[in-house]
Structure formats: structure tokens, C-alpha cells
Unconditional design. Structure first.
Length: 191
């Protein structure tokens, strides 16, 4: 009987160490630079980008257990404090949707998924490139004005969006700089 407890304890210990070590290996990294920028690196999803140090990043898994949905949100430091009785701040958001099961085309996901917000657009888009891969960009209107640039990478759909109030908002230039700085990496972790 004692052998069973010892074996069970050993299995739990090894499993816990393995889980913790994998979490640490694939934890996103933020690397500060003297230039006033930081570099965000996420090895699990194979993406990195530069962003101004005046922005704060928050991350969360929003999937439902059937499909993964990882969110990386950037907001200006002065807008990062929680708000009461108010909408959230304008932001730059990376939505990373699991696509290895459905294997949707980029256009199929944009036009067919409510998550794309394409139905809130004027039904026009432009072809572009992000990190060396084909992408599609489009404008949409919801609570805020927004532009989304979406692309496929590592069995995921990656939708990078900026929300803003005025077309002159500096947030748009930051979004464009972030898009230009994106590097796509090989994945280091299966789903």
C-alpha cells in the first residue's frame, strides 16, 4: 500500500515539475531597449513585435476549452487603470484564434467568423503583408472605429486590431509601427 502512495507522489511531483518548467519556457517575454521600445516575444505562438514603453501589455486565454483564443492587449499607460461605469480604453489587440481543427482560409475566417467584426465593415479590404506572410486589412465601426489586419500563422488566425476615436489618433501610427515590426517564429509548443 505504501508503494502505491510513493509511486503516486512521484508521478505527481514529476508532472508538476514538467508543467512548471513548460510554463516558464513558453512564458511571454518583454525585453526593454534603450531606444524607448520594448520587444514582446511569445514563443508558444511564434510571434514577436516592438512597441513603445509608454504602453502596457495584458494577456489572457479567452478560449472556451474547444478552441483556443489568446489575447494580447496593449493600452497607453495612462489608460491602463480600471474604469468604473465606462467602456474600456482604445487599444491595440492581438487576437490569436486556434485554427488547426477547422483549417479555415484567411478570407473564410474573416467573412465567416463573427470574431473578425468584418460584418461591421463596409465590405472592403486590402491585401497586404505582415512578417513576410499574406494578410488582409479592413476597417470596421463598432463602439469605436477600428482597423484589423489578419493573417495565418502556425495553425492560428492572428487578428491585430486598433480601436480609436479619431482618424488622427496617434494610436494608429503606433499600430502601423507594431505591424511593421512583427517577426513570425516557428512554434515551440503544440496545442
Amino acid at each position: 500500500m505504501k508503494k502505491i502512495y510513493i509511486v503516486a507522489a512521484a508521478v505527481l511531483l514529476i508532472g508538476g515539475v514538467y508543467t512548471v518548467s513548460r510554463t516558464e519556457i513558453f512564458a511571454p517575454q518583454i525585453v526593454p531597449h534603450a531606444t524607448g521600445e520594448h520587444t514582446y516575444v511569445n514563443e508558444r505562438y511564434g510571434i514577436s513585435f516592438a512597441y513603445p514603453q509608454s504602453y502596457v501589455i495584458t494577456e489572457a486565454e479567452r478560449g472556451d476549452g474547444h478552441r483556443g483564443h489568446y489575447v494580447v492587449m496593449l493600452v497607453k499607460q495612462e489608460d491602463a487603470a480600471p474604469r468604473e461605469n465606462s467602456e474600456g480604453p482604445v487599444a491595440i489587440v492581438f487576437d490569436i484564434y486556434q485554427n488547426n481543427l477547422d483549417q479555415q482560409t484567411l478570407r473564410g475566417w474573416i467573412e465567416g467568423s463573427g470574431d473578425s467584426n468584418y460584418k461591421l465593415s463596409n465590405d472592403t479590404h486590402i491585401a497586404t503583408r505582415v512578417g513576410g506572410v499574406e494578410a488582409i486589412a479592413y476597417h470596421w465601426s463598432g463602439l469605436y472605429e477600428a482597423t484589423t489586419t489578419a493573417f495565418l500563422h502556425n495553425d492560428n488566425v492572428v487578428a491585430v486590431s486598433v480601436t480609436y476615436i479619431n482618424p488622427e489618433d496617434t494610436q494608429i501610427a503606433v499600430y502601423e509601427d507594431i505591424l511593421r515590426s512583427i517577426h513570425l517564429l516557428a512554434p515551440n509548443s503544440p496545442r
